[in-house]
Design a binder for this molecule. Structure first.
Ligand code: DGL
Length: 304
């Protein structure tokens, strides 16, 4: 039997977060899918989402999804935000059945499988930890480990502020450290001895950018678990199933692989903040970034 050639699509993949946190997922996506084009939207003008309630988060997520689809012709959308995924992904899947949506959720399963002490800490936004989706995850994986859960009000915001221009670097760095210390302290004792928490799930995409502070507080033996790489692999699987992976460049020369020209970054907030985050974490130059206005739609929109 002769198999037909796989189809491909050069359309961009949309990636969206309440702010700069999703850049950590974009980093993993670039690594996993080097031939793809990406359009990233940081809704920093409306961040943080974690303390704003479901109705607001659903309305913003819906509006951004429609915007990215209409203006950029995205072939899939990665909701690189645990809070938005928890509040809106099921609803949006029902409203836009023909747009593949990939959400992120706290990595309770891998953490529970790899913890040796069976004590797992989870830090996430209030919106995420209060969601039904999160309750289902805990129920599903709670047989293998005890989860110690902490909502971290203010931490995503402090991480956003740390990239805003002019940078109040000292104040925001101090605040990030203090919040990390307060919230991990509230979870219990970390370590690899029996009864200690040996694994911490970073259940908000912003928190990866506080990894150095968390590592300094918790020590080298505690595992920090995030979701960037698994989400990138899942995105590849979904595009492959849909036959919409990007065509591979004819040349195998490394220069033909992903470069800044294949990534556009947009923010509804401060341009300088996005530019400094993009440079710091993805090594992307300022000209990849611009501001965008995404006014709120309050009603579901038709998908076409
Ligand atoms: N980065 C988002 C998440 O993964 C949310 C941060 C926020 O806006 O509160 O949950």
């Amino acid at each position: 039997m002769v198999s037909s050639p796989l189809s491909t699509s050069p359309a961009p993949i949309g990636v969206f977060d309440s702010g700069i946190g999703g850049l950590s997922v974009l980093q993993a996506l670039r690594h996993e899918l080097p031939h793809e084009q990406f359009v990233y939207l940081a809704d920093s003008g409306n961040a943080p989402y974690g303390e704003r309630g479901d109705a607001f988060v659903i309305a913003r997520t819906r509006t951004v999804a429609q915007h990215m689809r209409r203006h950029y012709g995205i072939k899939a959308l990665v909701i690189a935000c645990n809070t938005a995924t928890a509040a809106a992904v099921e609803l949006l899947r029902a409203e836009m059945p023909d747009l593949p949506l990939i959400g992120v959720e706290p990595a309770l399963k891998p953490a529970s499988l790899s913890s040796q002490t069976h004590q797992v800490g989870v830090i996430a936004t209030r919106g995420t930890v209060n969601s039904q989706r999160f309750a289902r995850l805990v129920a599903e994986h709670g047989g293998r480990a005890q989860f110690h859960v902490q909502a971290c009000d203010g931490l995503a915001r402090a991480i956003e502020v740390s990239t805003e221009a002019p940078p109040p670097e000292d104040a925001s760095a101090t605040e990030i450290r203090a919040l990390c210390a307060r919230y991990t302290g509230a979870l219990g004792t970390f370590g690899v001895k029996t009864g200690q928490i040996d694994t911490l799930v970073l259940g908000c995409t912003h928190y990866i950018f506080a990894k150095d502070d968390l590592r300094a507080l918790l020590g080298p033996e505690v595992q920090l678990v995030d979701t960037g790489a698994p989400v990138a692999r899942q995105t590849r699987r979904i595009l492959a199933q849909a036959g919409t992976l990007a065509p591979e460049p004819a040349s195998a020369h490394p220069d033909a692989l992903a470069g800044p020209a294949q990534i556009q970054l947009m923010t509804t907030g401060q341009l300088g903040a996005l530019q400094s985050a993009a440079l710091r974490w993805l090594d992307l130059p300022a000209h990849c970034c611009r501001t965008v206005d995404v006014p709120l739609h309050t009603q579901p929109l038709p998908t076409r």
